[in-house]
Design a protein around this ligand. Structure first.
Ligand code: ADP
Ligand code: MG
Length: 326
């Protein structure tokens, strides 16, 4: 099962940022309001994610890193199936099989904390530890026991850039949560919590750069059971515009051709040609109308009614942009 865990890990854990993604998503699931990500050497040496979420009790620590689905994998077909469905309940087990791993946690109302270490898949006994309410996951020496994978890690700053991008996109998705990122002991990012709509623009500005808000247009449009909100950048004569294109479907970052086309068309039609606008947009629609589980590690979606979504996006943006020209 350990080899299978390692192979499985290879499907989900491409690089340090994939680990960060799984850990931060767990923290969000645990109801964290503050999440701290500490990285050393681009994540090759250390990835640590701390949160102030609900925590894990001592009896549940081994369960959290135990493999469930992978223990049932008997063939390569099964493996492919699991990979394409996403590793529900498998992320920690996968990570723990390819790194020196530690999980330390204290339940919100408990007065003591506990720690579980897993060394390349070998689980150690649970021990008492010091930790505030919440959870820390430490992942050291990623892929130390999978040399072929370790070799594929890129330069420190490349891996860090992937992690930074990931945190930016997660922080725009969850604006009421505070995110911190540090690298080799140096604080790199602090995205403060922006619980309400007006202050949300502050986070957008932090992420996309200060140039963004002054030249942006607020979008808020609903029709045909869909809602589009967020901000789109406007062209500016003076300086290079902030860049960054973030599109969320029901809270998940998505890169999609239907979306990209609708946005491009709306801009091209109204304002200017050949430019790539910056935007942060949130589309909400009936979950039954969209399949987000195409591949968990990619940002793909499949809309049931592509045409409808495309036209809704195009119209919403077109209308808003046209007003700025009037
Ligand atoms: P999944 O998130 O799909 O359930 P994971 O392997 O990512 O699978 O996590 C396994 C379990 O460990 C979670 O279901 C959760 O109960 C627990 N867990 C992981 N990370 C945290 C965290 N930061 N805070 C609280 N519980 C956690
Ligand atoms: Mg998870």
């Amino acid at each position: 099962p350990d080899l299978i865990n390692q192979i499985a890990a290879g499907e989900v854990i491409e690089r340090p940022s994939s680990v960060v993604k799984e850990l931060v998503e767990n923290s969000l699931d645990a109801g964290a309001t503050r999440i701290e990500v500490d990285i050393e050497q681009g994540g090759a040496r250390l990835i640590r994610v701390r949160d102030d979420g609900g925590g894990i009790g001592p009896d549940d620590l081994p369960l959290a890193v135990a493999s469930h689905a992978t223990s049932k994998i008997g063939s390569f077909d099964d493996l492919e199936h699991v990979a394409s469905m996403g590793f529900r309940g498998e992320a920690l087990a996968s990570v723990a099989s390819v790194a020196r791993f530690a999980l330390t946690s204290r339940l919100r109302d408990a007065d003591s904390a506990f720690r579980l270490e897993v060394d390349g898949g070998r689980m150690q006994p649970v021990r008492p530890a010091q930790h505030p309410a919440g959870t820390s996951v430490e992942v050291r020496d990623l892929f130390f026991n999978v040399p072929a994978r370790r070799k594929f890690l890129r330069a420190e700053r490349t891996e860090l850039a992937h992690i930074d991008d990931l945190l930016k996109s997660l922080s725009l998705a969850r604006r009421s949560v505070e995110f911190r990122l540090s690298h080799n002991g140096k604080p790199l990012r602090l995205f403060r919590a922006c619980p309400d709509q007006p202050s949300a623009l502050a986070r957008v500005a932090e992420v996309l750069g200060e140039g963004f808000p002054a030249q942006s247009l607020h979008i808020d449009h609903a029709a045909a059971g869909m809602q589009l909100s967020g901000w789109v950048g406007l062209p500016t004569a003076s300086r290079a515009q902030a860049d960054g294109q973030y599109f969320y479907v029901n809270g998940r970052l998505v890169r999609d051709r239907v979306v990209a086309h609708a946005v491009r068309q709306a801009y091209a039609d109204v304002l200017f040609h050949g430019r790539h606008p910056a935007f942060v947009l949130y589309l909400e629609l009936d979950p039954a109308g969209v399949d987000v589980n195409v591949h968990p590690a990619k940002h793909e979606v499949r809309f049931r009614e592509q045409r409808l979504v495309h036209d809704f996006l195009f119209r919403s943006l077109h209308e808003a942009l046209a007003q700025t020209r009037a």
